[in-house]
Design a protein around this ligand. Structure first.
Ligand SMILES: Nc1nc2c(c(=O)[nH]1)N[C@H]1C(S)=C(S)[C@@H](COP(=O)(O)O)O[C@H]1N2
Ligand SMILES: [Mo]
Length: 359
């Protein structure tokens, strides 16, 4: 295993404590599956150090029997499955919102996203074996080993999503045990949902009739209207960010690139939460005219991103490249950061724009 310091050196680090870092966009676009060493890291507290031999997962709440299970127990009692899925932070691309007004949180560019093969067991298999109700009008709350202030990290997901076949408790990423910063020894992977709902370093699961009251769930990851501020926003009225909306980014060329006249290959990703990307449009004049990108998607991976490529022919001068994707509901993205601005800087889904100079 590479060292944490070596992996940090590969990323754009936004903070050391807690450790937050994103993948450089050109490297992100190099591989459909993001190498674990290159995968963005989002932490709210210090990395916990966990001994896998003494680690146990406990379950209780509205279950037949409370349970305690070791890693070996999980592996031996439940079927092992692998799912290729994209993980994305709700704050991905937040930096673009700062053109409108200040936003809280780290200024992520488009690299707070990655795709991996996640291997583990289905959370639904575990919950059903523990006697979880199928009435679905419930929530599955998680607690982790890291501390955020004086509480453990904690979030919840609706029981229906917890029972869905794509939702995993994963112990491996791209065929290797999870790295410490990605949740070793066990994390949830909730495909299509914001990364915040995929807790790392799991230790406890409760089935209950209300969402988690942990501040991460109850107030932090909410989408607020643009006329609310940190002072006025009422968490109860904020929208809980679960399913991620349609988004796309240009990975190459980078902003400010100096290009030679002629053919220009533009490459990026698009992602549609629990829908499919059906089309990607690319503009070289700020969005007046559009051409079609070619799409690259793995048919067996409905929760993974789509890679796209467009070939432009650019004359000398300054050009405003832009991308917008379309999803299987026929919806596309808003044009401007003004259309999506909120004080916490979540769900920045406006067209991603890259200005280049051609000589
Ligand atoms: N225990 C725990 N789980 C967590 C977090 C955390 O700080 N602690 N951060 C969440 C957020 S906001 C995101 S975007 C993803 C990031 O996962 P990664 O660091 O493996 O990329 O983990 C989620 N799970
Ligand atoms: Mo996140």
């Amino acid at each position: 295993m590479s060292s944490l310091a070596a992996r940090k050196a590969r990323l754009i680090v936004h903070g050391d404590r807690p450790y937050n870092a994103e993948t450089p966009l050109d490297r992100l676009r190099d591989a459909y599956r993001t190498a674990a060493d290159d995968f963005y890291v989002r932490c709210h507290g210090d990395l916990p150090v966990i001994d896998p031999d003494t680690w146990r997962l406990t379950l209780d709440g509205a279950l037949g029997t409370p349970m305690e299970v070791s890693l070996d127990g999980l592996r031996s009692r439940f079927q092992t499955v692998t799912i290729t899925a994209t993980m994305q932070c709700a704050g991905n691309r937040r930096a673009d919102m700062r053109a409108v007004a200040p936003v809280s949180g780290d200024p992520w560019e488009g690299g707070a996203i990655g795709t991996a093969d996640w291997t583990g067991i289905r959370l639904g298999d575990l919950l059903r074996s523990a006697g979880a109700p199928e009435d679905r009008d419930r929530h599955v709350a998680f607690e982790s080993h890291d501390a955020v202030g004086d509480r453990p990290y904690g979030v919840s997901i609706p029981l229906a999503k917890a029972l869905a076949p794509e939702t995993l408790l994963a112990f491996a990423m791209n065929g290797q045990p999870l790295l410490p910063e990605h949740g070793f020894p066990l994390r949830a992977v909730v495909p299509g949902f914001a990364g915040v709902r995929s807790p790392k370093w799991l230790r406890h699961i409760t089935v209950q009739d209300h969402p988690s009251d942990n501040p991460i769930q109850a107030s932090d990851y909410k989408l607020y209207p643009p006329d609310e501020t940190a002072e006025t926003a009422d968490p109860v009225r904020g929208h809980t960010i679960d399913t991620m909306p349609l988004n796309a980014a240009i990975c190459t060329p980078p902003r400010g690139a100096a290009l030679e006249v002629g053919a220009c290959r533009v490459r990026g990703y698009a992602v549609a939460g629990d829908r499919a990307v059906i089309r990607v449009d690319v503009s070289s004049d700020g969005g007046r005219n559009w051409i079609q990108a070619t799409l690259e998607h793995e048919p067996e991976a409905p929760f993974a991103w789509t890679f796209w490529t467009a070939e432009l022919d650019l004359p000398p001068g300054e050009h405003d490249l832009a991308v917008r994707a379309w999803d299987s509901a026929g919806q596309t993205q808003p044009a401007l950061p003004d259309d999506v601005w909120n004080h916490k800087g979540y769900l920045c889904t406006c067209w991603h724009r890259v200005r280049v100079r051609v000589t």
